[in-house]
Design a binder for this molecule. Structure first.
Ligand code: C2E
Ligand code: MG
Ligand code: MG
Ligand code: MG
Length: 282
């Protein structure tokens, strides 16, 4: 057996016939065709203002309707798309889908709220990124305030990306710092990059179990963010207790399964009707 043949051989066997690698190779091969066939779609997750309990925006999350593998979530293909550079055309497709959806909601008289799109540091490092985003917005007859971009801390380490962010901000596109509290999370970074919002990562929100201050990192982050004039979004809010805690701590906006799962765009109008009627979310 491979094991008997010795350590080296076993490792070789393990790597060469790894099913995950085979599948990844297959996925990577089908990216271009998937784009042509419009297999990528966006699901929208509402962001709720904790003061008014109204939906004040959405985060757009990409999914891949793969003809063979079914519905794929971004963790399965974004890292690969980043490694292969495919994240650049995919990112433009995501922006196009988001802009087209906002334009459609306008036509359908669905209340229009800003849509936040996730952006990879690789996209931001592109020379033309800012121009491409603004063109996309205008091509759909929208204003820059209709779109927000969610960036991660990694983007702040690249000079080209920081330049893009300054241009986007100057053009009126709002910026959110995603996954705050996971990486290096220095408030020092925040002084170099013009973000408007800070999204506290769900791993920190998950530590909130009751309405007492059992999560000093969350409450201190909220206080510091406010001192810097940033709006604070809590992500991954799954319980009523977390909503109460976050309200008390002064958090502005909540997003998570307790409020709504991400949904296909056709479900949004129906969601808005029932959400407005249900006073009992808190
Ligand atoms: P993210 O931007 O931090 O998005 C939040 C993730 O948490 C989403 O996972 C969302 O479905 C999930 N989530 C929301 N509420 C809850 C909750 O209450 N509990 C739990 N357990 N999870 C919740 P998703 O859609 O699988 O996306 C994963 C990541 O993939 C995103 O993390 C983002 O970094 C990336 N991503 C998604 N769409 C895009 C895109 O269009 N472009 C790029 N470059 N990255 C994307
Ligand atoms: Mg995000
Ligand atoms: Mg996030
Ligand atoms: Mg996250």
């Amino acid at each position: 057996s491979a094991k008997k043949a010795g350590r080296g051989q076993y490792r070789f066997f393990d790597q060469s016939l790894n099913l995950k690698d085979v599948e990844e190779f297959h996925l990577e091969q089908s990216f271009a065709e998937a784009l042509r066939n419009r297999e990528f779609v966006l699901h929208y997750q509402p962001q709720v203002c904790l003061d008014s309990m109204e939906v004040i925006g959405y985060e757009a999350l990409v999914r891949w309707h793969h003809p063979e593998f079914g519905l794929l979530f971004p963790d399965r293909f974004i890292p690969m798309a980043e490694n292969s550079g495919f994240v650049i055309p995919l990112g433009m497709e995501v922006l196009r889908l988001a802009c087209a959806q906002i334009a459609q909601w306008k036509v359908d008289n669905v209340p229009v709220r800003p849509v936040a799109v996730n952006v990879s540091p690789i996209q931001l490092a592109q020379q033309e990124f800012c121009r491409d985003v603004i063109n996309m917005i205008h091509q759909h007859g929208l204003k820059t305030c209709h779109l927000e971009l969610e960036i991660t801390e990694t983007a702040m380490l690249d000079a080209k990306a920081v330049e893009s962010l300054h241009s986007l901000k100057a053009a009126g596109v709002k910026l959110s710092l995603d996954d705050f509290g996971t990486g290096y999370s220095g408030f020092a970074h925040l002084e170099a990059v013009p973000v408007d919002k800070l999204k506290i990562d769900r791993s920190l929100i998950a530590k909130i179990c009751n309405s007492h201050d059992d999560s000093p990192i969350v409450s201190s982050t909220i206080i510091l963010a406010k001192r810097m004039d940033l709006k604070v979004v809590a992500e991954g809010v799954e319980t009523r207790e977390q909503v109460v805690h976050l309200k008390v701590a002064g958090c502005d906006i909540a997003q998570g399964y307790h409020l709504s799962r991400p949904m296909p765009p056709e479900d949004v109008p129906g969601f808005l009707r029932t959400f407005a009627e249900a006073e009992a979310v808190v």
